[in-house]
Design a protein around this ligand. Structure first.
Ligand code: ZN
Ligand code: ZN
Length: 226
């Protein structure tokens, strides 16, 4: 226990019990994510895109750990508006532990790329929770991490306000690659796109398209909750 923990006791975001933000009990109550094919939205074993649905630039796997509910949802919402390293660390740690014990197909070596936010003065929060949690997840899996490959080059409407089809249109052409990533086509590692929440999958699909157009071979989408 550190000095700050003594002054500010840590309480579970769901039940209020002390010692952790996401207590084991509440975390165990959150259901598993439904894994689905990002092309047809039907169930998919191990989150693998169906062979029959796959197009040239389709994502290969989309994996989430939990349903977007309970203490996981509370933690993600909290991080959206106020980054707290300890909550992010507990969430990322629980996430990797769950994936290791329940998902059989994760890549051994990979390069993790967090989904970027549009950077502007209006981005008043000044942080990106997916960047910070992605760094923790990459570190725990021993993967490489780079937050400067993908750029969000266009301002978009908040996805939450739009329907499924509108979401896809809203995101067209929104991502590009930085100059850093010109060496990309020679990159042999699987790429892992990381985001906090998966809804329709438009964001992952659009980011994957950019990576594959530029020579990426295998692309995974990894999200905390779906
Ligand atoms: Zn609890
Ligand atoms: Zn499918």
């Amino acid at each position: 226990m550190g000095f700050l923990d003594i002054i500010f006791p840590v309480n579970c975001l769901e039940c209020g019990k002390e010692t952790k933000y996401l207590c084991d009990n509440c975390l165990a109550k959150v259901g598993n994510a439904r894994l689905f094919c990002l092309e047809c939205h039907k169930a998919a074993i191990d989150g693998a895109t169906h062979a029959g649905c796959k197009k040239k630039y389709s994502i290969d796997f989309a994996i989430s750990a939990w349903g977007y509910s309970g203490v996981v949802r509370k933690a993600i919402l909290k991080l959206k508006y106020n980054f707290a390293y300890k909550i992010a660390d507990e969430l990322a740690w629980g996430f990797t532990k769950k994936l290791v014990s329940e998902v059989s197909v994760l890549p051994k070596d990979a390069l993790l790329l967090p989904i970027p936010l549009y950077k502007s003065r209006e981005n008043w929060r000044g942080f990106n929770q997916s960047e910070k949690m992605g760094e923790i997840v990459a570190d725990k899996f021993g993967w490489e991490y780079n937050l400067n490959v993908l750029i969000r080059s266009k301002k978009t409407k908040p996805q939450a306000e739009l329907s499924g089809r509108q979401r896809a249109v809203n995101l067209q052409g929104v991502f590009s690659l930085s100059r850093d990533s010109l060496k990309f086509s020679s990159y042999k590692l699987p790429l892992v796109l990381f985001d906090d929440v998966l809804t329709t999958g438009s964001t992952l699909r659009e980011a994957c398209k950019v990576l594959k157009r530029n020579g990426a071979k295998t692309v995974w989408g990894l999200t905390i909750a779906a």
